[in-house]
Design a binder for this molecule. Structure first.
Ligand SMILES: [Zn+2]
Length: 329
């Protein structure tokens, strides 16, 4: 059965508003997001970028943690390596394994001090991981990675031969649970988009979730940021359209009774146990999907069935392009 994991990358690279989202026109930060989750009786996982302790200090990060803990949501580890490593290197793959390992272990220590428990799951900043990152995680005793975003330039993880980009696999002692993505073909330009309220219109998100559910995707990762409800282009004001979109998608999940879980709930209930002795550290698929999801146009690259939905082709491309300009609807 499909579980949806809502993951919220919690970070403030430019301004503290990206955490707190307070403005005279209304709030749009983590408190607001947690209130909406609470209204729908949903718990999500917040990936906290703990390296920002070097930018904002311990007190600020502790306040973020306290707010998330009080709301009953889960916190896991997010790391943009430039804060703890070389300020000019933004991706883990720019660091040798030893340095990656050092940064992750330091981040884990900070996380434990601030949050009060050990992280079970990790996501690299900007999906900037490579396969060595999995070794570094194993060395730090973290068993779940959520960094892979296949076909994304920043991500240097290699898609194991024969799998779909959303398959869960086990490698180097770590489970890889990729960001859920789907194919799009706009005017012949082929690319992948993620399940994220900031990158799709409501109808598109619901279409994709429906197709993924029909094809037994488990889990579906729904991506958000702590600033997903912010209009960052206009001096940090609330983006009421994004808020409405989030509510409509959560309402759809409620109505269709698709379970929403935190990462630890999913890991405890749905993640198959890999027999490490048998696998001997070989790559293995844990959840194999036999269909890649493509919303329009034919994408010929991965095995499996491709799906088309209503309004495909040029009409769809135009609609989506318009939707993107208006940030969806
Ligand atoms: Zn991030």
């Amino acid at each position: 059965m499909t579980n949806i994991l809502i993951t919220v990358d919690t970070e403030a690279h430019r301004d503290l508003s990206e955490f707190w989202g307070c403005s005279q026109k209304g709030s749009y930060g983590i408190e607001k997001i947690c209130r909406i989750f609470n209204d729908f009786d949903i718990r999500a996982t917040f990936f906290l970028d703990v390296g920002e302790i070097t930018k904002w200090g311990e007190k600020e990060l502790k306040a973020v943690t306290d707010c998330l803990k009080a709301s009953g949501n889960e916190i896991q580890l997010h790391v943009h390596p430039n804060y703890l490593g070389d300020p000019s290197k933004y991706y883990f793959w720019q660091y040798a394994l030893l340095k990656q390992s050092e940064i992750i272990r330091e981040a884990k220590k900070i996380f434990e001090e601030i949050v009060g428990y050990s992280p079970q799951a990790f996501r690299a900043g900007s999906y900037g991981a490579n396969d060595e990152t999995l070794h570094a995680l194993a060395l730090a005793g973290i068993s779940l990675d959520f960094s892979a975003y296949f076909e994304k330039k920043n991500c240097k993880m290699l898609l194991p031969a024969g799998n779909c980009p959303n398959d869960v696999y086990y490698q180097s002692g770590v489970y890889e649970i990729p960001v859920s993505t789907f194919g799009l073909n706009l005017f012949g330009l082929r690319y992948r988009s993620k399940v994220d309220i900031n990158s799709s219109a409501t109808s598109e998100l619901i279409n994709v979730i429906e197709l993924m559910t029909t094809n037994d995707y488990n889990p579906i990762i729904m991506f958000m940021h702590s600033f997903s409800l912010a209009d960052r282009g206009r001096k940090y004001l609330p983006d009421f359209k994004a808020e409405e979109k989030l509510k409509r998608v959560l309402d759809y999940l409620k109505r269709t009774e698709i379970p929403v879980s935190t990462i630890s709930e999913y890991a405890d209930s749905s993640l198959p146990v890999v027999d490490i002795k048998k696998q001997e550290d070989k790559n293995s698929f844990v959840v194999k999907h036999n269909a890649d999801i493509s919303l329009n146009g034919l994408i010929k690259s991965f095995p499996g069935t491709f799906h088309r939905v209503k309004g495909t082709g040029i009409a769809y491309s135009i609609k989506r392009l318009k939707g993107m300009i208006k940030k969806g609807g």
